[in-house]
Design a protein around this ligand. Structure first.
Ligand code: PEP
Length: 252
């Protein structure tokens, strides 16, 4: 509904971490969350090969499962890739697309990210579209322009608040322990909200905008309290149930 703050989402991106030995963490987390009333959705995005195992470990709990990336085609000759349809079949309700590690290490640009987000919607699951500036871009005063360009280029035409989440992740804050000031976070999130308003009109107020980049239990409350911050995308601190819980509990 227009005017209401969107329900928050706290999503954990395990990246290329977590073999079978890690299954104890989501099991622990599911137990810790059992009697906690939350104002947020919780998601874990493990490596694809253990998706089904994590899904069965958290069965019946509040925890949803997401993918870390997908191909834009539903099937075909794409060795090593996974389609959004396959991720849905494995139990995912969303897929992260355009993470800065994909953009940098796999040379993925906005058009590829847009096609991947579109593939998620085709498959009937949500996309979590990552955008964010590099340190050089921030130092050059280009942050707002970069974020605007990535948003316009990566957002599919049929994006809605129900099928799309935006994650603002300054590249220089990912895995470094550095974070922007709360004023900087608030400025970028307000800018993204305004740009969404220009692109999507009616839907814009309800689309979730997550902050990501070195979120941990000690800084989560302050970061999450900024206007237009509707949750977090968490890397390192999502690997241990106790740390992830410390962030999720901001919404308890
Ligand atoms: C991420 O990879 O999306 C991320 C935010 O990582 P970290 O929390 O470790 O900075």
């Amino acid at each position: 509904m227009a005017g209401e703050v969107p329900r928050a989402l706290v999503a954990g991106n395990w990246k290329m971490n977590g073999g079978l030995a890690m299954l104890k963490e989501p099991r622990l987390l599911a137990g810790m969350l059992r009697d906690v009333k939350l104002r947020a959705d919780v998601m874990i995005c493990p490596p694809a090969v253990i998706l089904r195992r994590v899904k069965s470990v958290v069965k019946g709990s509040k925890i949803k499962i997401g993918g870390q990336d997908c191909h834009w085609e539903p099937s075909g000759a794409h060795t090593g890739d996974i389609s959004a349809e396959m991720l849905k079949e494995a139990g995912c309700s969303a897929v992260i697309v355009g993470h800065s590690e994909r953009r940098t290490q796999h040379h993925e640009g906005d058009e590829v990210v847009r096609r991947k987000a579109q593939a998620c919607h085709r498959a009937g699951i949500s996309s979590i579209i990552c955008i964010g500036e590099t340190l050089e871009e921030r130092k050059a005063g280009q942050t707002l322009d970069v974020v605007k360009r990535q948003l316009k280029g990566s957002l599919p035409d049929l994006a809605t608040a129900a099928n799309t989440v935006i994650a603002y992740e300054p590249v220089w804050a990912i895995g470094t322990g550095l974070t922007p000031s709360t004023a900087e976070v608030a400025e970028v999130h307000a800018h993204i909200r305004a740009e969404l308003g220009r692109i999507l009109a009616a839907e814009s107020g309800q689309m979730r905008i997550l902050y990501g980049g070195s979120v941990k239990p000690s800084n989560a409350a302050e970061l999450m309290s900024q206007p237009h911050v509707n949750g977090a995308l968490v890397g390192g601190a999502s690997l241990k149930a106790a740390d992830f819980l410390g962030i999720i509990k901001v919404y308890a």
